[in-house]
Design a protein. Structure first.
Length: 403
């Protein structure tokens, strides 16, 4: 590792959240070179500690695992840094990092082995409790009810079905190819993409519409749209860039059904958030018409409009907003404007896949700010603590909110 000093500096800058895109690319390339694992272990042993001794083991494992799970780094690392022969690690925190790597590339799992010792068991338990940011994770439910874990499929994979194929490209995006579109037009076959807590995914629908799904979300759609309308069902949160489609001179409407809300697109870009009792629709470009599944009130949204509806009121409340706060997640950020601590922590819980417990009543302080969704959770919580309104304690995968 002739570039050891540079790699060490890049890891430290990454840990501090200061890496530029160019530096991320260099870090990606350097981490792909793991031929000399002992030197890599020694390098991590020389990283600045800056924490109590009893937290050093967890901290180093967390940093390494976060680098591997960063969507800007991990695909290259997963593709290039795992050899098919056995790897033996001498230091316990390296074993944790290796276990994290197995999670990243399960298709190579059977080619890796580790000592079956109590230390390994402890390392495995530790990995489960290391809190890292979310990433591209989802499963697709096929028309026959079978499920495919998309994280376990490598890029450029084709899943052949009857009359069509599902393709995962090299960037991880899912899209469709057709063998007999006319035959599919006569069927009602649906697929569903589901993201877990700590997951997100991008899907290109059969009409070319792009959908970004946030954590803990579900999108159900036909594998082939007809000529009269395009209807999809959403739970959770999704960002849509709808493709325009016509038959002759007639526009084919695109409809998103979300609980009691029905949205009709007039060629547009928008975000729908449907967690809990409220549904929030934020329009970025174009126009959308909102209505109720049961009929009644309708509203027409213009760019920068946000409509909120609840199961209780069943009426739309429309106001002007800056869409950046509703769509920041799609670009890898948390963004809050006058959000309560519970609203903030709901987003944190979904993305980091943690449980949030309130040990005391929280005040009515409101939070405004933006931070990367790929920041380490302890750094994110420290920033919130700077407001002086709350304090946090982490126990395993539980975040405790205190006065």
């Amino acid at each position: 590792m002739s570039n050891e000093p540079q790699l060490k500096e890049l890891i430290i800058r990454y840990q501090q959240g200061k890496c530029s895109e160019e530096e991320i690319q260099r870090l990606r390339a350097m981490l792909a070179d793991v031929k000399d694992t002992e030197r890599l272990e020694e390098l991590y042993d020389t990283l600045p500690e800056g924490f109590p001794d009893d937290k050093l083991f967890q901290r180093k494992a967390s940093i390494y695992q976060q680098i591997l799970q960063d969507k800007r780094v991990r695909r290259k690392v997963a593709d290039e840094s795992v050899s098919t022969h056995k790897l033996w690690w001498k230091k316990p925190w390296i074993a944790v990092a290796a276990a994290a790597l197995i999670v990243m590339v399960p298709f190579l799992y059977n080619n890796l082995s580790f000592f079956d010792t109590p230390e390994d068991s402890a390392s495995s338990d530790l990995v489960q409790n290391v809190i890292v940011p979310g990433g591209d994770r989802a499963r697709i439910i096929l028309d026959n009810g079978s499920e495919i874990n998309l994280e376990e499929i490598i890029g450029d994979t084709v899943i052949v079905r009857n009359g069509f194929s599902i393709v995962k490209d090299e960037n991880g995006t899912i899209y469709y190819r057709y063998d007999d579109a006319q035959a599919l037009a006569q069927t009602a076959i649906h697929n569903t993409v589901v993201t877990p807590k700590g997951g997100q995914y991008q899907v290109v629908l059969p009409d070319g519409t792009r959908v970004w799904l946030n954590a803990e979300s579900k999108l159900r759609y036909p594998v082939y749209f007809g000529q009269d309308k395009r209807v999809v069902e959403l739970e959770g949160e999704g960002y849509f860039e709808v493709a325009k489609q016509t038959t002759g001179a007639k526009r084919i409407p695109f409809i998103v059904e979300t609980g009691l809300q029905k949205l009709e697109v007039l060629g547009t870009t928008f975000n729908i958030q449907a967690y809990g009792k409220n549904i929030k629709t934020t329009l970025v470009e174009g126009k959308v018409r909102l209505g109720l599944e049961a009929g009644g009130q309708e509203v027409l949204l213009q760019p920068n409009d946000q409509a909120t509806i609840s199961n209780q009121t069943q009426r739309f409340d429309v106001k002007k907003v800056d869409p950046i706060y509703a769509t920041a997640w799609k670009n890898g950020n948390f963004a809050f404007r006058k959000a309560t601590i519970k609203e903030v922590m709901e987003s944190v819980a979904r993305w980091y896949n943690v449980e949030v417990v309130y040990n005391a009543a929280v005040d009515n302080s409101l939070f405004t700010g933006t931070i990367s969704r790929f920041e380490q959770i302890d750094n994110l919580l420290e920033l919130i603590e700077l407001t002086g309104s709350v304090r946090f304690k982490i126990e395993g995968r539980r975040v405790i909110v205190e006065e």
